[in-house]
Design a protein around this ligand. Structure first.
Ligand SMILES: N[C@@H](CCC(=O)N[C@@H](CS)C(=O)NCC(=O)O)C(=O)O
Length: 248
């Protein structure tokens, strides 16, 4: 069956009713986002990692845009087992909502604070990459990438390898299980590893060069439903579309 582009009818109810509906972990989800990684990648990864049942809505943007909360994507529609439809907007808010629902924010307020710190630090890295490398003129891209690897990425690596060692070098930033922090950093590194300028040097991220970060990547990738999502044709297509979109 081909995916529908019709947006579901959202449940309008009091905050108490919606909060009750939001408690369920047996919901199904529909994601509205473009056929690119972009701001949809971590949302997709979280849905996959959590083993949630989810699908993508077909995009008919001129029709859908005015019906979304902020006229931008991603938007996630959560269909709860009790029959409510919850509308989730803003990628960071969606990521945190899914993380709370599927216990990926640590086990107490302090751990949640640590998760948030690592999350936002990785966000800084991806923004610098977007600005300096993705946004570079094609003829300057190799030089910009080399400078980014040497000046920005190497600093991130050295700081994060230290933090990971302080947590016991166990493949996790916080405690001894995967959190949003791990998923965010893995998504960030995967993006940098995907978008390598043609003819450029390899990204200095590997099992040998960045062993503690690599353990985080391996721990996330051991999750069966995440691994199966990453192997899927759709995920491969998103890699290809993202490279093509930014001319890598
Ligand atoms: N702050 C928003 C930004 C969303 C956003 O800018 N989405 C872009 C795609 S990455 C979009 O919907 N562009 C189409 C449009 O503006 O019509 C978020 O993080 O979700």
């Amino acid at each position: 069956m081909s995916p529908t582009s019709t947006l579901p009818t959202v449940t309008r109810a009091s905050s108490e009713v919606l909060a009750e509906a939001a408690k369920g972990t047996d919901s199904t989800f529909q994601l509205l986002y473009f056929p690119l990684h972009g701001r949809g990648e971590l949302v997709r990864n979280l849905l996959a990692y959590s083993g949630a049942h989810w699908e993508e809505l077909a995009v008919d943007w001129p029709v859908q845009k005015p019906k979304t909360p902020f006229q931008v994507a991603p938007v996630v529609y959560e269909h709860t087992a009790s029959g409510s439809v919850l509308e989730l907007a803003e990628s960071n808010a969606i990521e945190r909502y899914l993380s709370r629902k599927y216990n990926l924010l640590g086990s107490n307020i302090w751990e949640e604070n640590l998760v948030n710190q690592y999350y936002h630090n990785a966000e800084g890295l991806i923004q610098a990459f977007a600005l300096r490398v993705v946004g570079a003129a094609p003829e300057a891209r190799i030089d910009e990438a080399n400078r980014f690897y040497a000046e920005v990425l190497s600093k991130f690596v050295s700081i994060h390898e230290d933090h990971l060692k302080q947590n016991g070098d166990n493949g996790h930033y916080v405690g001894n299980s995967t959190t949003l922090a791990d998923l965010k950093v893995v998504q960030t590194l995967d993006r940098i590893l995907l978008l390598v300028p043609k003819g450029g040097v390899p990204v200095p991220i590997s099992k040998e060069l960045t062993p503690s970060l690599w353990k985080v990547k391996e721990a996330v990738e051991r999750n069966a439903s995440y691994a199966s999502w990453k192997k899927s044709q759709r995920s491969q297509d998103l890699n290809a579309n993202t490279k093509a979109r930014f001319q890598f």
